[in-house]
Ligand binder design. Structure first.
Ligand SMILES: Nc1ncnc2c1ncn2[C@@H]1O[C@H](COP(=O)(O)OP(=O)(O)OP(=O)(O)O)[C@@H](O)[C@H]1O
Ligand SMILES: [Mg+2]
Length: 297
């Protein structure tokens, strides 16, 4: 199998050259192959999110090499990082990170807007993606009108917007009850099995990690274990992955293959997107672009 992601001796320090210098990742070696579903588990504070920020090109490693599709990203400039991130990586966070003042369909359109895809294509594709995650009847609702599970389904549709090769999910079921978490996990399995997405799942839940193909265990900034998952899927009655809140309706699973194709990557290469360093920077920029577009309409 060929390597999509390869980290070699990644070190991350904060407050460099100050008396408070802190080394959080002490030399991480990690490989993820094309089409794999991998879990990263570890205690709170072990460095999972720090590692995810590096894999997601949201933060630079202090030392080490990071090859994404064979290209050393540790040497890439910020503008190149934003471009690759928006094209190749979809993010799902524990707290959804949806834009509060705009509806589900606009939220899903955002990464496409940032990639410079025309309004018609992106609205059509966003609608198909929301249908895929079982949210066709809630497209015009704003996040505050949606349950946690519904918000996470919108966030997954948004992560799929630019048809990325990789989905990075940091505790995506952490704020959900077990039944809703089950719906979200099933969506990840669907994206993995039917569309060959490479998925990296960060989770506290051993039961959920077992559902993946490979499990990396992180402890105090070091990978201390790597093994295959058992493949056993946690039942919906499992209660070990989140506080109990009222469950959302289960997702139907329409066929994603019917979503309109994105323009060829040449179109994306034109890259009209301004530079963004972090995910929220990117969202802020997209809101500005959206407001400009609305004004000019
Ligand atoms: N920007 C930062 N500056 C300084 N220290 C940081 C920064 N980001 C993270 N840390 C520290 O790095 C350590 C690892 O944090 P990280 O968020 O990666 O843990 P985690 O494994 O994701 O934990 P959790 O399961 O609670 O989300 C923590 O001690 C944290 O305080
Ligand atoms: Mg974390």
């Amino acid at each position: 199998m060929s390597e999509l992601i390869k980290l070699k001796n990644i070190i991350k320090r904060f407050y460099i050259d100050t008396p408070n210098e802190l080394e959080i990742l002490h030399g991480i070696d990690l490989t993820v192959n094309y089409g794999e579903f991998v879990a990263i588990v570890g205690e709170s504070g072990s460095g999972k999110s720090t590692l995810m920020n590096i894999i997601g090109l949201l933060d630079h490693p202090t030392e080490g090499e990071y090859y994404l599709e064979g290209t050393d990203m540790s040497k890439a400039k910020d503008k190149e990082l934003s471009r690759v991130r928006n094209k190749s990586i979809g993010f799902v966070f524990q707290t959804y990170n949806l834009i509060a003042r705009t509806n589900a369909i606009k939220n899903v359109e955002m990464p496409m807007m940032y990639a410079g895809i025309d309004q018609r294509t992106r609205t059509e594709r966003a609608a198909k993606l929301l249908d895929l995650v079982g949210m066709a009847d809630r497209m015009r609702h704003t996040p505050d009108e949606l349950s946690g599970g519904q918000k996470q389904r919108v966030a997954i549709a948004r992560a799929m917007a630019n048809n990325p090769a990789i989905i990075l999910a940091d505790e995506p079921t952490g704020a959900l009850d077990s039944k809703t978490g089950r719906v979200i996990m099933d969506l990840f399995h669907q994206l993995h099995e039917e569309q060959g997405k490479t998925i990296i799942l960060i989770t506290h839940s051993q039961a959920l990690a077992e559902e993946t193909e490979r499990i990396y265990t992180l402890s105090d900034g070091l990978i201390v274990g790597e093994r295959r998952g058992t493949g056993v899927r946690a039942g919906s009655q499992l209660t070990d992955f989140g506080p109990v809140t009222p469950p959302a309706a289960p997702a139907e699973a329409p066929d994603m293959q019917t979503a309109p194709a994105l323009p060829a990557s040449d179109a994306l290469a034109a890259d009209p997107a301004p530079q963004a360093k972090t995910y929220s920077d990117m969202l802020d920029l997209v809101i500005e672009m959206q407001e400009e577009e609305e004004e000019s309409n």
